[in-house]
Design a protein around this ligand. Structure first.
Ligand code: 5GP
Ligand code: MN
Length: 360
């Protein structure tokens, strides 16, 4: 049985809002991922089936690797079609904000959305949403915004509108936000929802491989380089750091999405329970963190990197040089582990340690 976790009064307010409008915009966070795109496109499909004029407007481009998601070609990308995006937004009677909790997560689009008269509906699973939404459906305990969109549709009594295409979109977000069913999916209800998605006869193997196991040769080479040459381990603090400069990224013809799951890789090493990835972008250093267990990287990102996220998956930005960003990481180590010297263990010496253990 799938419990109704969303307050039914909220659902009825949402129903009334949808019934009262025709033109609807759905948006998501910048650098959209599988969950952001899957949830917005799924909701868009359903609203169109209800006869609404629904449009997904994203703050920036989707990565090429996610172009397989059904409906992605219809996106209005703000950085590419600014005038069109402005027109659609100004004309909108209702705005859905999916998979983000604060307007600064949608960049310059946020400045456009803030003054609009249209009502704003939040559907999201990040902690601490900003107090700027008219309807708030915020559930950090669920796996993904896609799961939450499914639950909204369930409670609205609209499951019949989830066709194969919509189910495929929802599957993508529930897969990518759980690292391919590795974390954030302990609730039995997650699988009950998945079973209803499977009943729509989605092409699961195709979607899983596209979402989780498809990388360009350049991307694989870059990841290999990052792990073999750039990964620094701090076993005493259970930490790993990978920092890639613009020059290194360019060497491997980096394009957006190429380092998508890299930050997770060091967590495969026994004893490493949090991982930081620093990537030098045009105007900032992008920070990406992952952890296991109760170690909260969202706290670290909020405190040191102007960001946030979930306990085990968070991110932020650093304005400055890569050396300064690395120094900031060392400051985090020193603050959290004041009694432990922050020396990375070189891979070779780790190897030696392992060999010693074997001899014993
Ligand atoms: P990723 O490491 O995949 O970029 O992001 C992981 C999670 O961290 C995202 O789902 C989002 O919750 C959070 N996150 C990433 N970047 C930022 C950021 O710049 N600001 C905030 N507040 N959260 C972020
Ligand atoms: Mn998400």
């Amino acid at each position: 049985m799938i419990n109704y976790i969303i307050d039914q009064t909220t659902i009825e307010r949402l129903r009334a809002l949808i019934n009262g409008v025709q033109r609807i915009v759905i948006t998501c966070h910048k650098s959209p991922d599988g969950d952001a795109l899957g949830s917005t496109l799924a909701l868009c499909h359903v609203l169109r089936r209800l006869g609404k004029e629904a449009t997904v407007v994203t703050p920036d481009m989707a990565p090429k690797s996610l172009e397989f998601i059904p409906g992605l070609r219809d996106l209005v990308v703000f950085t590419r079609q600014e005038l069109r995006a402005k027109h659609i937004l100004n004309d909108a009677q209702l705005i859905f904000c999916l998979d983000f909790n604060s307007l600064h997560r949608i960049d310059r689009l946020g400045e456009l959305v803030a003054p609009l008269k249209a009502k704003r509906v939040l559907i999201d699973h990040h902690l601490n949403p900003e107090d700027i939404f008219d309807v708030v459906i915020s559930h950090p305990e669920v796996s993904s915004t896609c799961e939450l969109v499914f639950r909204v549709l369930l409670q609205l009594g609209m499951l019949q509108f989830i066709d194969r295409q919509t189910a495929s979109c929802l599957y993508v977000g529930m897969t990518t936000d759980t690292g391919g069913f590795a974390y954030s999916c302990d609730s039995p209800e997650f699988y009950e929802i998945m079973s209803l998605i499977m009943r729509r006869r989605i092409d699961r193997v195709f979607l899983y491989n596209k979402a989780m196991n498809t990388f360009s040769a350049d991307s694989l080479r870059l990841q290999g380089y990052a792990i073999s040459q750039k990964m620094q381990l701090f076993p005493e603090q259970g930490a790993s750091l990978i920092a890639l400069t613009k020059e290194e990224l360019e060497r491997y013809n980096y394009s957006r999405g190429d380092t998508e799951s890299l930050v997770n890789k060091p967590l495969a090493i026994p004893g490493i329970y949090w991982s930081v990835f620093l990537r030098e972008d045009a105007d900032k250093i992008k920070v990406s963190c992952r952890s296991q267990g109760s170690f909260s990287v969202s706290d670290i990102c909020a405190r040191y990197f102007n960001g946030g996220g979930h306990e085990n998956a968070a991110g932020g930005d650093f304005i400055g040089t890569m050396d300064e960003a690395v120094a900031k990481f060392h400051q985090v180590l020193a603050d959290l582990f004041p009694d432990v010297p922050a020396q990375p263990v070189e891979q070779q010496s780790q190897q030696d340690n392992n060999n010693e253990n074997e001899i014993e």
